[in-house]
Design a protein around this ligand. Structure first.
Ligand SMILES: NC(=O)c1ccc[n+]([C@@H]2O[C@H](COP(=O)([O-])OP(=O)(O)OC[C@H]3O[C@@H](n4cnc5c(N)ncnc54)[C@H](OP(=O)(O)O)[C@@H]3O)[C@@H](O)[C@H]2O)c1
Length: 259
């Protein structure tokens, strides 16, 4: 086996929540290029079908599940639908999440706090439960949780600290689940992205050039990330190349967290 063979995902199936657009799609593309079949989960059917068509054109098996994983019940239903597709899921990428709300913590209504903690944290737990158990039974699997540099830090110039809180908890869940599952064949790791130029971010930073300049000034590499720069990290953590890696968070941020 060559060193590059260890990165191959041939014969595996990966489920990516939010795999139809943004960083999730970049991760799905990378996993597919490494050989994996894909199950894409998202709310909007046409975007899912369009992403699935592109991946299928590259020769991969692709299944789709249209569902909202932002609630625990929705996440459970989406996982059940994915399992009904009849392919064992070897790789779970819990990618759906987001800040969504920019309000001071002293003012956030508890219903919003709970909804956004569910979106960023509880749904990932539910997916780990639903799809992790069959992995434990097979004694083989890899989970990759998408956290954020906002987990260990409070991002300057934007509020909504439900996001920092939930992402920090997702990193803690990653570590503790990794410890619990380490001797049962299932690895659990995380990727913490910095700021990436997904389509919504490109628009948002475009409308706030002063915020973009301040943000970039804080990044040692001096630029925001391109979505396709996240995929290789997911391939590494999902593959046998990371066979002795569990419980870690791989930071992909151009150095943002160094200063
Ligand atoms: N972008 C960044 O710079 C950045 C930085 C740090 C961390 N992150 C993290 O990286 C992850 C992905 O970020 P992103 O910016 O790519 O996200 P995004 O643009 O908000 O999400 C895009 C994908 O998620 C799906 N999605 C959103 N909400 C969903 C829900 N409730 N149920 C099912 N699917 C849902 C979307 O499809 P539908 O809309 O059709 O459902 C789409 O496929 C998030 O966890 C985010 O916190 C991102």
């Amino acid at each position: 086996m060559t060193i590059l063979d260890r990165f191959s995902l041939r014969g595996r199936t990966a489920l990516v929540t939010g795999g139809s657009r943004g960083l999730g799609r970049a991760i799905a593309n990378a996993l597919a290029e490494a050989g994996a079949g894909l199950v894409l989960v998202g709310r909007d059917g046409p975007s899912l079908e369009s992403a699935a068509r592109d991946l299928a054109a590259a020769g991969r098996w692709v299944g789709t599940v249209a569902g909202d994983v932002g609630t625990p019940d929705g996440a459970a239903a989406a996982c059940d639908a994915a399992l009904d597709l009849g392919r064992p899921i070897d790789i779970l990428v819990n990618n759906v999440g987001g800040r969504r709300l920019d309000v001071p913590t002293e003012d956030i209504p508890l219903a919003d706090w709970q909804r956004l903690v569910d979106l960023n944290l509880t749904s990932a737990l539910v997916c780990c439960q639903k799809l992790g158990k069959p992995m434990l039974d097979r004694r083989r699997g890899a989970v990759v949780n998408v956290t954020s540099i906002a987990g260990p830090l409070a991002i300057k110039g934007i509020r909504g600290r439900h996001y920092e809180t939930a992402k920090a908890a997702l990193a803690a869940l990653t570590r503790s689940l990794a410890a619990d599952w380490a001797d049962r064949g299932v690895r659990v790791n995380a990727i913490a992205p910095g700021a990436f130029l997904t389509d919504p971010n490109r628009k948002w930073f475009g409308e706030k050039p002063e915020f973009r300049a301040a943000f970039e000034a804080h990044i040692p590499m001096g630029r925001l990330g391109e979505p396709d720069e996240i995929g290789p990290a997911a391939v590494f953590l999902a593959s046998d190349a990371a066979s002795y890696v569990t419980g870690t968070t791989l930071v992909v941020d151009g150095g943002y967290t160094l200063w």
